[in-house]
Design a protein around this ligand. Structure first.
Ligand code: MG
Ligand code: MG
Length: 626
């Protein structure tokens, strides 16, 4: 079984696309006519160029509006097909996709279509090629793979088979299970695409919003399970029309494509073992059990700023025994490392950037094997001052993720490696852990990020929600482990005028913009922070008038949260309290939260208000310098 991707999925000129596809690990391509019509070279040269990249051309497409035509259009359609078969011979491809007709003159009728396909199969066999018939979800008469199969069955020709495409089946909410009764050798080709669930015109949805399997909301795994149950042994190909992919980085999109295909085939194999698995099986997704530490690369100014935030919150300070530029701030099992000895620390003149994250994981070896199979770059340079080397990978934005496993060699001996500074025992502020990390990124990178986490780890993603920033829309998506010991929010922005966009641009890429710490007593910590070096974000009075109206707060309860600039939310389970620091440097900040009675959200209702408040402070801070 071979892997393939349609050239139309990627941005760039044909040579650029081919390099990206070959580098990502695909065996071949589906070639779109427009791709090589625009290319300066004969079809024969194009074919050679593709093979020079070590790729096969597995499908030529599309051939439209063929079946069910009256004369003279019918004869013309056969003439057109003959020309295409000649081009295919030059290119060196033996399969053409014929999609169901939208021709204004098309006449319905299963037998008429079957007769036309039989005749086309005859013509194809004379040219040494085959044809695959696909039901477009918006085809005039044929828009269901069951009807397309019936036409192929009645055409009854060795050179005529079926092409199934997950989008056309799942996009119309058809059950893929009817595919199970089709003989696998009559399915000539399989195309995969996912899409976000948005109610809109099918054609428009398909041409602009498709994405990689696992990136959207369609059950592509169930579709592929049904296909594999037929005994299908042909190529599996990604055919993705997506506006942002077509404007994106072809290398990154091709890598994502390979990763998604690799992960979905493994999921299929895991649920319904495949006899002819195209690639070796992977270990199961490792389970993230929490965050062991977060490390900042910081300039001296950034390090001082972080100390002024963390010490008032009750973190102790310890210095690495071999490198006094590495400081550990710790409270219980919450650990934040501030490292001024990174090679790029000096460049962070204005502050600090999260460079490394340590994750507790149930099986680090599995995580590394799976990362390798998904072509995630591994990272081998040792951690901290060099003695310790944990298994690690590089995430999409460049942040290094280290794996720590309980009761194994993959552990950090915090007590042995760090020497406490005085005062050793500050006032306990009830910080009990890291609730979530919030990452900011260009909107175009969001799918790559979510695919990275969902393909590699046992996590669930939530639907994307819009958060209104005064200067634009932020798209926000939650990724969580099932026991919620690991929570992440991805925040994508289109413009550098938003808080997230400004941070991404200043930081030159995607990174952690805020860390949310959990407390068991928000009022106690708020009281302790007042008058310390920790600057709490001021929330406007209007916000509290709204809270009183929405949640029926009495004066006492309202003044308690208002006094400390605490934000409030509720869901069907419980209550949520949030407190923010002001932003530092390029817009990094801390959040302190308390979840009461199993509140599950992230205070999305409050996001526009705190975003506006953070931006006000940031622009005041930066005003003199700009
Ligand atoms: Mg298709
Ligand atoms: Mg947050």
């Amino acid at each position: 079984m071979k892997t393939s991707i349609a050239t139309v999925t990627l941005a760039g000129e044909l040579p650029e696309k081919l390099s990206a596809i070959a580098a990502a690990g695909f065996d071949g391509i589906e070639i779109f006519e427009q791709d090589f019509i625009a290319y300066d070279g004969t079809p024969r040269e194009v074919g050679q160029h593709v093979r020079d990249h070590g790729l096969d051309i597995m499908l030529f497409q599309p051939f439209r509006d063929f079946e069910g035509l009256p004369e003279p259009e019918r004869t013309r359609a056969f003439e057109r097909a003959k020309c295409k078969f000649d081009v295919m011979g030059e290119l060196g491809v033996d399969l053409m996709l014929v999609c169901s007709s939208l021709h204004p003159k098309v006449i319905g009728g299963i037998d008429r279509a079957a007769d036309d396909l039989h005749a086309l199969g005859e013509l194809a066999s004379q040219h040494g090629v085959r044809i695959g018939y696909e039901a477009l979800a918006w085809g005039a008469y044929v828009n269901d793979h069951r009807d397309a199969w019936e036409i192929v069955r009645r055409a009854d020709h060795d050179h005529v088979g079926l092409i199934v495409d997950s989008f056309h089946t799942l996009g119309r909410s058809l059950s893929p299970d009817s595919i199970r009764s089709i003989p696998g050798d009559k399915i000539f080709f399989v195309q995969l695409a996912d899409a976000p669930l948005i109610t809109m015109d099918l054609l428009y949805w398909s041409r602009h919003f498709r994405n990689m399997p696992g990136e959207g909301d369609l059950d592509v795994t169930a579709f592929m399970r049904a296909v594999m149950a037929t005994g299908y042994n042909g190529p599996i190909s990604l055919e993705i029309f997506n506006d942002s992919f077509r404007g994106g980085n072809p290398d990154m999109i091709a890598r994502d494509g390979y990763r998604s295909l690799r992960a979905i085939m493994d999921d299929v194999h895991r649920s319904e073992p495949i006899t002819c698995m195209p690639l070796p099986a992977m270990p199961p997704r490792p389970i993230i059990q929490g965050v062991e530490f977060v490390e900042f690369a910081a300039s001296q100014t950034g390090a001082d700023t972080l100390a002024a935030i963390l010490l008032p919150m009750g973190f102790t300070r310890a210095v690495h025994k071999n490198n006094q530029n590495i400081i550990l701030f710790q409270q219980g099992d919450t650990r934040i490392i501030v490292n001024t000895s990174h090679h790029d620390s000096a460049a962070l003149a204005d502050g600090a950037k999260v460079c490394d994250i340590g994750l507790h994981i149930d099986n680090a070896d599995n995580a590394i094997t799976r990362a390798k199979e998904l072509r995630v770059p591994l990272f081998t340079s040792p951690l901290l001052s060099g003695e310790l080397s944990l298994p690690a990978i590089q995430s999409v934005g460049g942040t290094i993720i280290h794996f720590i496993e309980a009761d194994s060699k993959h552990q950090i001996k915090w007590h042995d490696d760090f020497i406490a500074c005085s005062p050793a025992e500050p006032e306990d502020c009830n910080i009990t852990g890291i609730d979530h990390l919030a990452l900011s990124m260009p909107y175009s990178d969001m799918l790559s990020w979510s695919l990275f986490y969902t393909s590699l780890f046992e996590v669930q993603k939530h639907p994307i929600v819009d958060v209104i920033d005064p200067a634009g829309v932020i798209r926000s998506q939650v990724i969580e482990s099932s026991d919620k010991s690991f929570r992440l929010t991805l925040n994508g922005s289109d413009t550098n005028r938003t808080l997230a966009g400004y941070f991404v641009e200043s930081n030159a890429g995607s990174a952690v913009q805020h860390i949310a710490l959990t407390t068991s007593d928000i009022f106690s910590i708020a009281e302790k922070l007042a008058g310390t070096g920790f600057e709490t974000l001021a929330i406007p009075a209007n916000y509290y008038d709204d809270i009183r109206a929405r949640f029926g707060f009495d004066e006492t309860a309202l003044s308690a949260i208002k006094q400390f600039n605490i934000l409030y939310d509720e869901d069907e389970n419980g209550a949520f309290y949030q407190l923010y620091s002001v932003p530092y440097g390029d817009g990094f900040f801390f959040e302190i939260i308390q979840r009461v009675d199993g509140y599950q959200g992230y205070g999305a209702a409050n996001a526009p208000y705190r975003t506006a408040a953070l931006k006000r402070v940031l622009s005041q801070k930066n005003a003199p310098a700009r």
